[in-house]
Ligand binder design. Structure first.
Ligand SMILES: [Zn+2]
Length: 311
């Protein structure tokens, strides 16, 4: 009967420090371009990105993850590892002007390749091994610019080891790798591809992302990344894969992250807009479920809204 007792014995708590807020950075100045399928999310130019990061930090949000939209794309994904690329420049600006929030960078090639694939492509096939040096180079360029954590999302085999080796060789032993260890080939990524302008021009990502039907495979993927040196492992998407989070939580001692992806966000936003769901309530319930399943860190587009509610 007693509200205070209910709060006292609540088993799962949320805190803004556990949230990572995804942000998209684009060229230009004074740009704040709304992503139509993800209301309240924008592509930001660096000057405004810095302000948005400061506002997230003032709400107590633990971290941000950066995705870059480069001026130009090419076959070699040059923008991904250019020391003056969009993400590298954004990292420098954020380090200077928005301290106090953890800076995580997404490491992949798909935003930078003209065909939108996560690795180099030849004859319609993604070249796993040939892509590894480029991914490692991208991670190194982020660390050199000042990133606190690098987060490889490509799902190429062996990339965590390749990134770890190159970072160590260059004196970045202390930069942790948060690996997207368990990433499903999911329909829930739809709105993100508009946001990051990274839809594949042909084919799909089923050759390297996981089948939604598989759970044992998740354990195998996680084991490989941990062996190669991952410091934090992530499951993506979050909501439809709570059993996988729980499985990994029970099996491994490493910190665990979950990515509540664009489609999970947009579905709740749309239903809220139509009046079919109570948005604040279902938003908090979705985040609580992800925590309860075992995630220490939650990547979520709701970061600011949820942080405001948690006050
Ligand atoms: Zn990718």
């Amino acid at each position: 009967m007693n509200e205070i007792v209910r709060k006292m014995v609540s088993e799962t708590r949320l805190s803004p420090e556990q949230f990572v807020y995804p942000l998209f950075v684009c060229p230009g100045e004074g740009v704040k371009k709304e992503i139509s399928s993800m209301p309240n999310n924008y592509q930001w130019s660096i000057d405004l990105l810095v302000e948005e990061a400061r506002s997230a930090a003032s709400l107590g949000i633990g971290g941000i993850i950066l995705f870059g939209i480069p001026e130009e794309k090419d076959d070699r994904a040059s923008g991904a590892y250019d020391s003056h690329g969009i993400v590298q420049e954004a990292v420098r600006a954020l380090k200077r002007e928005a301290p106090g929030i953890l800076l995580i960078t997404d490491v992949c090639l798909c935003e930078y390749t003209s065909n939108g694939h996560c690795g180099l492509v030849s004859g319609g096939e993604i070249l796993n091994d040939e892509s590894l040096p480029l991914l490692a180079q991208a991670a190194l360029s982020h660390a050199q610019a000042g990133a606190d954590v690098v987060a490889p999302s490509d799902m190429m085999d062996g990339r965590v080891g390749a990134i770890r080796a190159l970072l160590d060789k260059n004196g970045y032993q202390n930069i942790p790798i948060l690996s997207y260890a368990v990433k499903y080939a999911s329909g829930y990524y739809g709105p993100f591809r508009e946001a990051a302008e990274s839809a594949p021009a042909f084919g799909d990502r089923r050759s390297h992302q996981m089948d939604p039907a598989n759970a044992r495979e998740a354990l195998r993927e996680a084991a490989l990344d941990i062996e190669e040196g991952a410091d934090i492992i992530m499951v993506k998407p979050a909501g439809p894969y709570l059993d996988i989070l729980r499985l990994l939580r029970d099996r491994y001692l490493l910190p665990l992250a979950a990515y509540q992806v664009s489609g999970e966000y947009s579905a709740l936003m749309a239903a809220g807009k139509l009046g079919w769901l109570d948005l604040p309530r279902t938003m908090m319930e979705s985040l609580t479920g992800i925590r309860r399943a075992g995630a220490d860190i939650i990547f979520t587009y709701f970061a600011k809204e949820a942080a405001r509610i948690l006050g």
